[in-house]
Design a protein around this ligand. Structure first.
Ligand code: LLP
Length: 418
């Protein structure tokens, strides 16, 4: 359920017509609904109400400070994967004691920064990382709380690029090798073993892979207990999917229910790292049709947003619904909606029946709140879009559109080179 809806053929975000926002801020523009963000965060977090838990929003999905601040004010923590994300989290006033640090290649500087910030836990992914973290902690006079990120070899049944918990993936430590790594870690003076973690993939549309992973992790925790290692935190990662088209993923309540049933009475604090399920359907990308072109029975709608703004269709062939911002009575046509970038992979929809757009019309690319702006780039020297949040009948620019000057910031051209 989200707050983008039609009223008299006009697409609204909460109580404001999207056209009004686009006229004020230009296009392309990301527009998020405050009510939807809040509702999704609460629906997810409250689904785990009966269990000791911490919801650590996965900020790689949507990293704008205003949105992070909103979730922090709801009591949430964050899942980070870089020093830059830690910087953003702290700027957004997320409590360090609610930050977990995942990622297969953490840099020494980032380990130092996170230790200094006294974050809750590092999800470590290799024995070399454990040793490095111990070294850095010793040098800085700290003790690092860790969970070993385990690869449980469970098939999440999702796109191969976003599967992470299979044997062939680069992530985590094979569950069969994990006990050895725990014993290594437990013997290190500046490491405090506190958790087990996993993240098996993204855009999962069934609960069963999560339950299978949890069952394997429980077995590991029992085995560790027998060797005298006590686990307090169980981090199940993120991954719950959303409806982009006709997918029917479990609702947060069903997902939490399945986890609770498998978890039983284990005395552990659950950590969840949801991203997409909270922000995916809370944001849209609004774009303007520049030209229409018909060639050899194909129709193209060329718009002012491109793969640099939203790369998901190009990268994963993902589906995003395309809706008119103002419904017309021109009927529909089968067409491709494409961007101006010099690559054939620059498309939002292919051979799709959609409104018969005309130049100047606005289109909304739906479900763009997660992995939309956060994956955007400056390819083709295109300034990145602005981000706007709507709260009832008001809207706020939460990230200004980049300028041409922004594009060359930091570049220098030494005279001796010419
Ligand atoms: N935790 C970890 C350790 C992760 O690697 C991820 C996502 C999450 C949590 C959050 O997963 P979510 O709840 O959002 O599914 N760019 C891709 C998705 C990549 C996901 C990477 N990891 C896309 O646009 O579909």
């Amino acid at each position: 359920m989200h707050h983008f809806h039609y009223l008299k053929n006009e697409l609204y975000c909460e109580d404001i017509p999207v056209t009004e926002i686009a006229l004020a801020v230009g296009t392309p523009a990301y527009i998020y609904s405050h009510a939807t963000l809040k509702r999704h965060f609460r629906a997810f977090d409250s689904a785990f109400e009966g269990m000791k838990h911490l919801t650590c929003f996965s900020m790689k999905s949507t990293s704008n400070l205003a949105i992070l601040k909103l979730f922090a004010s709801e009591g949430g923590g964050v899942d980070i994967v870089s020093g830059g994300e830690l910087y953003r989290a702290l700027k957004a006033e997320v409590e360090p004691a609610k930050i977990v640090f995942s990622g297969v290649g953490k840099k020494v500087e980032d380990l130092e920064y996170a230790l200094e910030s006294d974050i809750l836990m590092f999800n470590v992914e290799s024995s070399q990382e454990i040793i490095k973290l111990n070294e850095v902690a010793k040098r800085t006079g700290k003790k690092a709380r860790i969970a070993v990120r385990v690869n449980p070899d469970v098939d999440p049944k999702t796109h191969p690029y976003i599967s992470t918990g299979l044997k062939e993936n680069k992530f985590g430590i094979d569950i069969n090798d994990a006990p050895e790594q725990y014993i290594l870690a437990a013997g290190l003076k500046n490491i405090d073993v506190t958790g087990v973690s996993c993240h098996i993939g993204s855009q999962l549309t069934q609960s069963s892979p999560f339950v299978d992973a949890l069952s394997k992790l429980k077995g590991l925790i029992r085995m560790l207990e027998d060797t005298g290692i006590t686990i307090r935190y169980l981090d199940l990662g993120g991954g719950l999917g959303i409806t982009y088209d006709s997918e029917d993923p479990p609702l947060p309540d069903e997902y939490a229910g399945a986890i609770s049933k498998e978890l039983g009475t284990a005395d552990l604090t659950l950590i969840l790292e949801p991203g997409r399920v909270i922000t995916g359907n809370a944001g849209i990308l609004v774009t303007k049709v520049l030209y229409t072109k018909t060639a050899r029975e194909k129709t193209f709608f060329i718009v002012d947003a491109a793969m640099n703004d939203l790369i998901r269709p190009s990268l994963y062939d993902s589906y995003h619904a395309v809706q008119p911002v103002r419904k017309s009575d021109r009927g529909t046509v089968t067409a491709d909606m494409v961007g101006p970038i010099c690559e054939s992979g620059d498309f939002f929809a292919k051979e799709r029946e959609m409104d018969a757009f005309e130049p100047g019309d606005l289109a909304a690319i739906m479900s763009a709140g997660a992995y939309g702006f956060s994956m955007s780039s400056n390819y083709n020297s295109r300034p990145r879009a602005c981000e706007v949040i709507v709260n009832r009948d008001r809207f706020y620019i939460i990230r200004a559109r980049e300028t041409f000057e922004d594009l060359i910031r930091g570049e220098t051209s030494p005279d001796c080179l010419i």
